[in-house]
Design a protein around this ligand. Sequence first.
Ligand code: PLP
Ligand code: COI
Length: 341
Amino acid sequence: MEKKNIDWSALGFGYIQTDKRFVSNYKNGAWDEGVLTDDATVVISECAGVLQYSQSCFEGLKAYTTQDGHIVCFRPDLNASRMKDSCERLEMPVFPEDRWVQAVVDVVKANAAYVPPYGSGATLYIRPYMFGSSAVIGVKPAEEYQFRIFTTPVGPYFKGGAKPITIRVSDVDRAAPRGTGHIKAGLNYAMSLYNIVDAHNKGFDENMYLDPATRTKVEETGGANFLFVTKDNTVVTPKSSSILPSITRRSLLYVAKEYLGLKTEEREVYLDEVRDFAECGLCGTAAVISPVGKIVDHGKEICMPSGMNEMGPVTKKLYDTLTGIQMGSIEAPEGWIKVIE
Ligand code: PLP
Ligand code: COI
């Protein structure tokens, strides 16, 4: 299979239309068998549930080319299961998890020419999503839904790749206690757009959201979980019921413990203690691990000892081990890698 003529190493995190996408429709209480189609457009009622009341959720995962030339995905079963949780919370029908993973495999196979080559620094981002497609005008769930998966080749989420970024402590909250912060609902991202534009306008790369009830604890950013490293090399991640259960973060905690022999803690992290950490990073599918060099809290700067030039040493080890597992140069734990072809 011949790869597309794309300058892989110049890619940012953007959308490039690829050849095929998966589409399945839910009607009369059942999902149809689904198809791969060339049609990249969606035609729905002007009164569709997604357009009126934002009934939508999504996932994000990646396909990688390994060192020995296979195409693989990283833990797609966990994305399928998280989308099930999102659907249940949003009164949407669950797309069966085994079919979900198979549909990811089929779409990636159909777009194999767009999977960036090993060593290019790019990957194929996979975006499964679901929305209420039938008309609703009273506030209630739609009766019909569409589940789709498209792919797009991407480079680093933050410009500059592995260069440490600067974030600010947000005045706006991301997710209410007992709200929808723990699922991947489109509405969580819509409400963050004002705040990310404002952060960018003021020279920050991202927002650090605090727990809305007390505003004393670190939650996450708009698109990634936090990971901290203490001065004695313990890896600490914030625990909260209103953050997204990041698959990358859960995998990194395992890698830290089982591959690197580090101590790990998943616990509440107070904003006040952030200045005592040695390293800070943002972790997620899109972010991988993006190092944070500086956190600005209303004019007060917290400068991480790891600095603004490169990742801290523990973050780097975690990054190298995780990406080594994803790209096949380090043996993966059982069940983490789904070989596509
Ligand atoms: N937190 C938020 C708000 C996200 O959107 C994402 C991205 O999916 C993550 C965390 C990271 O999750 P994952 O590692 O499963 O991609
Ligand atoms: C991902 O990491 O897959 C996400 O969905 C985050 C998004 C901000 C791009």
